[in-house]
Design a binder for this molecule. Sequence first.
Ligand SMILES: C[S@@+](CC[C@H](N)C(=O)[O-])C[C@H]1O[C@@H](n2cnc3c(N)ncnc32)[C@H](O)[C@@H]1O
Length: 295
Amino acid sequence: MVISGQEVWLWQKRAQQQAIAAHLPPHEIHWLLRELAGLDSLTLHLETYKTRSQIELKISLSELERLWQLRLGDRIPLQHLTGQVSWRHFTLKVSPDVLIPRPETEILIDRVAEVVQQNPQLAEGHWVDLGTGSGAIALGLAECLPKAQIHAIDLSAESLEIARKNAQNLNFAHRIQFYRGSWWQPLTTLVGKISGMISNPPYIPSALIAELEPEVSQHEPHLALDGGNDGLDAIRHLVATAPNYLHSGGLWAIEMMDGQAEIVTHLLENQGNYQNIRIFPDLAKIDRFAFAYRR
Ligand SMILES: C[S@@+](CC[C@H](N)C(=O)[O-])C[C@H]1O[C@@H](n2cnc3c(N)ncnc32)[C@H](O)[C@@H]1O
């Protein structure tokens, strides 16, 4: 699509003003021009395209405007407009059927890698990602645990379709087995054999969901968000059931919400089969991850 630099510049300025008026970050316009129209960051930053009589865009200005209006009017997440997200060094396909993987979840994989470095006996064997969504955690595990067998479970068939596609695109399909079912239900043959259970379960209290940003409350699947009355339904279930599946010394690790660390620690302590319970913060210093080991 060939167009004058001046036309693009005028569109950009108008869209940036609309963004400010709608309380959206104006840098989103650069993001759209880069990800959807194919302009590079330096050109956008220095505005060198402005005086060019012709520049080439990957999509027409009217299509760009249509997508921008979806963002502005319906608060559709940017990642849904491009259908992808950068997560660790992967580019993952996403859709309204899966949670958009968050940056804090990247750290969960780093913490797991550290645990395995300190406990090399965990490097092999079976690892599970319960509630895999886009497949992000399973892919992170497959990459950092090259000798492990990875099992990824989700209740949502649509999520699993995306997770499988991501595994194929990133050449990890041979490393990850996908199953549809509720939590451990598809893994009855692995009782007592699991080296690590990793999960970023739904953990938001039901009543809070309507108060989240519209990008989340209106465009992300509630199955991925809703943790029941106090947000802890799934976590309680994973605390209670995992000891049956983990072998002795096996890792139990979850992501949770700000404010849940104390109660999750108590749940693990009271269950009786866990030891060495630890809480780790995310980059914003929020207590975000709970790790424990099967006695
Ligand atoms: C917070 S999302 C996490 C997605 C992905 N692991 C990530 O970190 O981006 C929670 C996931 O749990 C799945 N889920 C919810 N209830 C489930 C259940 N009973 N059994 C298995 N998966 C479930 C949802 O479909 C969703 O994909």
